[in-house]
Design a protein around this ligand. Structure first.
Ligand code: PHB
Length: 395
């Protein structure tokens, strides 16, 4: 290249990077729970988002930037979530939406993303039908059926003959209950009672007493991860179910990694099914845990919501990179269908038919590892598709 051409090229590059017209800023609206008694999963998810951004911002194409616009839905509050989504879409003109801890919020937002054609990457909310509510929704988290259906089958085949179920009284609780009961009874187990517990301000002790009085071999529990999981574990201990020989089992939401030490010894031996454990053996997990601790503190352990936020950002980065920052909603959904990633939880994929996640489920038992209570993985069920959709042959 001669000198004149070199100078021309340098001017072109300078113009490209300096000009607002050429640079692409992709606006991503994050609707998450940042305040109130339901905020813990949201804060963990936010850490995953932050960590991925920090590690990978440099990998974006030249001139492409991501602007995250974060909003607080304050908990399972569909009206708040809907208003926030409306504002993000119409006023802030986001090209993508992500986050959403709670199912009622995802259900409220679904019609808006369909109408506006703004792809939504669900990073937690777990009722199976969410992905069916809009062709512009893909999920990187899980459904309650992923965990609770195979757990029911496992329990019946491992000498648990009777079970009692206690779940939060909202859609994910109903899903967990139905999934567990189906898996358990199909494999020969018997349900001796079921109860629904209030989602707002629950006092778990009376429900634990009812479960104890029914004398089941196992108590299956689902409550949202976070402070409620710690409270239900405490009530399980205080009411004396463990001493009465009743085994506590459930989806891994009830033994989240970051809450285990706060739960204390009552959590020992609790058996759960989930897609991630901080002591999991997936190839990428050791580096993930180290990066998390370098960022947030040596005493911190990542929980499943962190991984979901992190992996959700990986999906977002990939669709932005593939389109060089110019987001087309339909192209984005095509890119998400069949998207694959080597996650800290193991390999994951977005099912092209349902836009729901396909991932390993791990059977885990709470044990003490290096002085900390941990979800130690014992069995792996590889690449599970949402069993509810498979059983109902719907998409
Ligand atoms: C949900 O509302 O979909 C939800 C929230 C917290 C969980 C699981 C599911 O731990």
């Amino acid at each position: 290249m001669n000198a004149r051409k070199l100078i021309a090229a340098a001017i072109a590059v300078a113009a490209f990077t300096a000009s607002g017209a050429m640079a692409q800023t992709v606006k991503v609206g994050i609707i998450n729970t940042y305040s109130g008694p339901f905020a813990e999963p949201g804060e963990l998810m936010d850490r995953g988002i932050t960590l991925y951004m920090k590690q990978h911002e440099k990998d974006l194409p030249l001139g492409v930037k991501i602007e995250l616009i974060k909003r607080d839905d304050t908990g399972p509050q569909p009206d708040v979530a809907k208003r926030l989504a409306q504002e993000l879409i119409t006023r802030d003109q986001v090209q993508l939406l992500a986050g959403i801890v709670y199912t009622p919020n995802a259900m409220a937002i679904a019609p808006l993303v369909t109408e506006a054609k703004v792809p939504l990457i669900v990073m937690n909310a777990s009722t199976p039908v969410i992905t069916m509510k809009s062709p512009y929704i893909a999920r990187v988290s899980f459904t309650l059926w992923h965990s609770s259906y195979p757990l029911g089958q496992w329990a019946a085949k491992h000498d648990i003959k009777t079970a009692y179920t206690a779940v939060s009284d909202y859609a994910p609780g109903a899903d967990a209950e139905q999934a567990f009961i189906k898996g358990f009874t199909e494999s020969g187990g018997q349900i001796v009672g079921s109860v629904k517990m209030p989602l707002q301000n629950p006092d778990f002790a009376p429900y634990m007493q009812k479960a104890k009085d029914a004398k089941p071999a196992a108590l299956f529990v689902f409550v949202p991860a976070g402070t409620q999981a710690i409270a239900v574990m405490k009530a399980f201990g205080d009411v004396g179910l463990k001493q009465a020989g009743i085994k506590l089992i459930g989806p891994g939401d009830i033994t989240t990694d970051e809450g285990l030490d706060a739960m204390g010894d009552v959590a020992l031996d609790v058996i759960t099914m989930l897609h991630y454990s901080a002591v999991g053996k997936a190839p990428g997990n050791a580096a993930f845990v180290k990066a998390y601790q370098d960022e947030f503190g040596k005493d911190q352990v990542p929980a499943f919501e962190v991984v979901q936020g992190y992996d959700g950002m990986a999906a977002i980065f990939d669709v932005i990179k593939a389109q060089n920052g110019k987001i087309d909603p339909d192209k984005t959904m095509d890119l998400l269908k069949g998207w694959k990633y080597d996650s800290a939880r193991g390999p994951i994929m977005i099912d092209p038919e349902t836009r729901d996640i396909v991932q390993n489920e791990y059977l885990r038992k709470v044990e003490r590892v290096n002085g900390h209570l941990s979800n130690v993985e014992y069995e792996t069920i590889p690449m599970v598709k949402d069993p509810w959709k498979a059983l109902n042959k719907q998409q």
